[in-house]
Design a protein around this ligand. Structure first.
Ligand code: FES
Length: 85
C-alpha cells in the first residue's frame, strides 16, 4: 500500500493494495467527483505534486501523466502520493 496526502487539509490516508484511492478518500469524507470508476471518463482526474502514480486509466496523455492522476484506478509505486486537492 501507500499513503495519500490531501495537501489542502494536511491529511494523510493509507491505501492498501486493491483499494481505490477514490474509495479511501470517500471514507474520510473527501468526495471527488466520479462517474465511470473504470479509468475511462476522466471525471476523477486531479493534480498531484509529489510521488509516482501508476496510471491505470486510458484518458491521460503521457504529458498529463506527470502532473495528473485518475483516482478511481491509479496505484502508486512510491510510498507517498501528494494530491493537489
Ligand atoms: Fe471515470 Fe475515474 S471516474 S476515470
Amino acid at each position: 500500500g501507500f499513503d495519500v496526502v490531501i495537501s489542502s487539509q494536511g491529511l494523510t490516508v493509507h491505501v492498501e493494495q486493491g483499494q481505490s484511492i477514490l474509495d479511501v478518500l470517500g471514507t474520510v469524507n473527501i468526495d471527488v467527483e466520479k462517474s465511470c470508476e473504470a479509468g475511462v471518463c476522466g471525471t476523477c482526474v486531479v493534480g498531484y505534486l509529489e510521488g509516482e502514480p501508476v496510471h491505470n486509466d486510458v484518458v491521460l496523455m503521457p504529458d498529463e501523466q506527470t502532473s495528473h492522476v485518475a483516482l478511481c484506478v491509479a496505484g502508486c509505486r512510491s510510498s507517498k502520493l501528494v494530491l493537489d486537492i
